[in-house]
Design a protein around this ligand. Structure first.
Ligand SMILES: Cc1cc2nc3c(=O)[nH]c(=O)nc-3n(C[C@H](O)[C@H](O)[C@H](O)COP(=O)(O)OP(=O)(O)OC[C@H]3O[C@@H](n4cnc5c(N)ncnc54)[C@H](O)[C@@H]3O)c2cc1C
Length: 319
């Protein structure tokens, strides 16, 4: 048993997830209190290079052809072996499809406690979880002996998890990975649709607060005036008010515009994780406690319907 904090790095097609850097920053905060090291755990094949900018005391790299692409089966086996042997104080996973899948099974398999949707840690090592779609913050002691924790974005800046100095990278043994039940047969790029919102510099995003399909026109007018593109949260897409290619979030696109203008979006973790790379987030919401204000640089506590038409007019006049 050690006081080290392990962080499972997520990567896809040679790109490390921003959330992994956020978790390295979170790991540092926790390790300082616990008196341990931050250890990045990187699984892959010929992927050692990915570890060179991690702000970690050490990278444990597990290389195997069957770890080249994520499969829950292979990750579970490799991590069960590593965590069982090393017994760190905590292991941080993304509250993502990959992290939630692996962490929940490992919790059962190793009989270890699981804390979900953690946003940050207090200085004395308590977890702060953002639950019920981001509306409730729950604080508690980090359970032992090894706590498995899934993390949402927003509590730390990803840049705090990056380092100019490369950490030491140690190859760790990989257990036998035969008889896996799942293999990746093909990677299919999501359809881009009419526009690729992940590449657009100015996004006008609408949420359930827009109320109905007819009101989308307000967002379209603003987008046209300002030179942006309209996208939306899950309820807007599910209702068929916008095409699926315009979905921002865990099950849609991750975006990184210069400006992300969120209108009537609460900022649930599944949405917020996909907008954290935006340069500037501006939010309008009637609820001052909406979690979108935690990630927005500028916030307006107000009604979309009082503001958007006026704003569109002002932009048109300014032009
Ligand atoms: C596995 C999983 C995957 C998911 N994937 C995604 C995803 O990819 N993308 C996604 O967006 N969600 C996703 N979700 C859903 C997510 O949890 C939230 O339910 C969703 O993001 C909420 O959308 P919203 O903010 O538009 O609606 P709500 O949470 O209902 O928020 C509406 C907001 O509008 C505000 N409002 C109301 N009227 C006005 C007004 N007149 N003016 C200003 N503000 C107003 C309200 O105060 C409220 O904050 C996923 C959930 C799960 C479980």
């Amino acid at each position: 048993m050690s006081q080290d904090i392990y962080v499972l790095i997520e990567h896809l097609r040679g790109q490390v997830a921003e959330l992994s850097y956020t978790m390295l920053a979170a790991g540092r905060e926790l390790a300082q209190g616990a008196g341990g090291n931050v250890v990045a755990v990187l699984l892959g094949h010929n992927a050692k290079e990915l570890g060179k900018d991690f702000a970690a005391d050490k990278v444990l790299y597990l290389d195997h052809a069957l770890l080249a692409d994520f499969t829950s089966d292979a990750y579970q086996k490799a991590l069960a072996d590593l965590i069982g042997k090393d017994q760190p104080r905590a292991v941080l996973f993304g509250n993502s499809s990959i992290g939630a899948d692996v962490a929940s099974v490992l919790s059962m398999r190793l009989d270890l406690p699981l804390v979900s949707s953690c946003r940050s840690f207090t200085q004395d090592g308590k977890f702060v979880s953002q639950i019920c779609g981001g509306k409730i913050m729950a604080e508690g002691e980090l359970p032992g002996p090894t706590a498995l924790v899934t993390m949402v974005p927003g509590g730390y800046q990803p840049d705090q998890g990056r380092s100019a100095a490369a950490p030491s990278i140690t190859e760790a043994p990989v257990p036998a990975l035969e008889a896996l039940r799942v293999a990746l047969s093909k990677y299919i790029e999501p359809e881009t649709g009419d526009v690729d919102i992940s590449k657009e510099p100015l996004l006008i995003a609408v949420g359930r607060g827009i109320q109905n399909k007819d009101n989308i026109e307000l967002a379209e007018n603003l987008a046209q005036a300002i030179g942006g593109v309209v996208c939306g949260s899950r309820p807007v897409i599910d209702q068929g008010w916008l095409a699926t290619s315009r979905l921002v979030g865990k099950s849609g696109k991750h975006v990184k515009p210069k400006i992300y203008f969120a209108m009537g979006i609460s900022g649930a973790p599944e949405h917020a994780e996909a907008i954290m790379q935006s340069d500037t987030i501006i939010a309008i919401n009637t609820d001052p406690k909406a979690p979108i204000f935690d990630v927005a640089k500028y916030g307006v506590e107000g009604d979309i319907f009082d503001l958007v038409e006026v704003l569109t007019e002002k932009v048109q006049q300014a032009k």
